[in-house]
Design a protein around this ligand. Structure first.
Ligand SMILES: *Cc1c(COP(=O)(O)O)cnc(C)c1O
Length: 417
């Protein structure tokens, strides 16, 4: 196979996921269709997790990147824990069989019932994002008569040089607290009967390819750990968040997870803490793709649009961030290429999946694949324009299994009575 990404590529001009020609999938299951490769998921999880084998660590998959219970189960079997940002995600992780002691819970807006739910189930720790939240956790814990394990999410004020909407570690972002405030919160937690400070957390952004930002952030946070130690606060976990980027273009090089490991390992070794990591995009991003059918080829002046049946409700990233997704034909074609915009059917000008691309000539009824769609693809989808959401399918070798059925028209209105 001529690979675009591991386990995804062409053979005799046909696009395959592992050993399955994707043409067969669209013919049997229709479009739009999300497809994942089991082997690729395993490959990317191991590539990441193995990079940290030198130190005691727990890789908590960021559930928001891909929340399908079957994908979570598969990752659980590889040893993954879960990084969650809502009660719904904790529910999904537990349903997949991920033990509560491998679940961390972040998010700036945790509600009381979410705190209760997490405490009752005995999660590993809360990644606390404000003083108000810490007080809420304390009051819920005291009512339940338990001690809540907490880490403070620190905002180390570093610039990860990624898209502003996915930069979370700058002072201006809503996430976490400053290093100074963190110290105060730890001392408060140490004094409380119902709070147990167990870790420190930071997550500086997403799609980061300059790994030095991680080292810079970890360095700042390790200073805090030392200060806390002097003040009698002993921690167990150093949670360095997620954010390692992927290559969205098959010809672009991917940053090896080892490079991230080299930034973090010396720091946790020196501190003697257990490392927690929260990769999302990195694990599932290039293990999935979205298949779509060409509905029309529309010419206007010198512009050509390929109108396809997947829209921004199915894959939001291009419209939301102007993100690049590589688009390829399902059946490779020699010959003439055209410069086109690939657009969806949604009534929004921003519903552009790929702008100004060189693509082969197609006709209605042909299929295209939107690559790197395994993370923040289906999980960000919606029913906007009353479109039932796509099915999801998991390929394993020469076979495949539907892991989420396509929504029906009845599903659209099922809660409106
Ligand atoms: C989104 C998120 C992650 C995962 O980010 P990726 O870029 O997908 O690795 C990890 N931790 C937290 C707290 C997050 O909000």
């Amino acid at each position: 196979m001529k690979e675009l990404f591991p386990f995804i590529g062409y053979e005799s001009g046909e696009l395959l996921v592992e050993e399955v020609p994707v043409k067969r999938l669209v013919q049997e299951l229709g479009t739009p269709l999300y497809v994942y490769s089991r082997k690729a998921l395993e490959f990317w999880f191991r590539e990441f997790d193995d990079a940290f084998s030198d130190v005691e660590h727990l890789t908590c998959f960021a559930v928001k990147a891909n929340s399908n219970v079957n994908i979570l189960k598969l990752l659980k079997d590889l040893g993954a824990g879960a990084d969650t940002v809502s009660m719904g995600e904790i529910f999904r992780a537990l349903t997949a069989g991920i033990p509560p002691e491998k679940i961390v819970f972040a998010g700036v807006g945790k509600r009381k019932e979410e705190v209760e739910y997490a405490l009752e189930r005995g999660i590993l720790m809360f990644n606390v994002e404000s003083e108000g939240e810490l007080e809420l956790i304390e009051s819920v814990a005291s009512r339940l008569g338990v001690e809540a394990p907490v880490a403070v999410r620190v905002n180390p004020d570093v610039d990860p040089k990624t898209h502003p909407y996915i930069s979370t570690g700058l002072k201006a972002a809503k996430f976490g607290v400053t290093l100074e405030e963190a110290e105060r919160l730890y001392l408060f937690a140490k004094e409380s009967k119902y709070l147990r400070p167990v870790g420190v957390h930071f997550h500086i952004g997403s799609q980061i390819t300059d790994v030095s930002a991680f080292g810079e952030a970890a360095g700042k946070v390790s200073e805090l750990v030392k200060v806390l130690r002097d003040r009698g606060v002993e921690l167990e976990f150093f949670d360095a968040g997620g954010g390692l980027g992927i290559n969205y273009h098959p010809e672009e090089e991917v940053v090896p997870a080892e490079r991230l490991a080299r930034e973090l390992i010396p720091i946790v070794k020196e501190l003697g803490l257990k490392l927690i990591l929260e990769p999302g995009r990195r694990v599932t991003g290039n293990a999935g793709l979205l298949l779509t059918e060409v509905l029309y080829v529309k010419e206007r002046g010198d512009k050509t649009f390929y109108v396809v049946d997947a829209g921004m409700n199915d894959i939001a990233r291009p419209a939301l961030y102007g993100a690049y997704h590589h688009v390829v034909p399902v059946v490779g074609r020699e010959g003439k290429k055209r410069r086109v915009d690939v657009v969806g059917p949604i009534c929004e000008t921003g519903d552009i999946i790929a702008r100004d691309r060189e693509l082969p000539e197609v006709k209605p009824g042909d299929y295209l694949a939107v690559l790197s769609a395994g993370a923040y693809g289906f999980s960000m989808s919606s029913n906007y324009n009353s479109r039932p959401r796509p099915a999801e399918v998991l390929v394993d070798g020469a076979s495949y299994r539907v892991i989420r059925q396509r929504e029906s028209l009845a599903d659209l209105i099922s809660r409106e009575f």
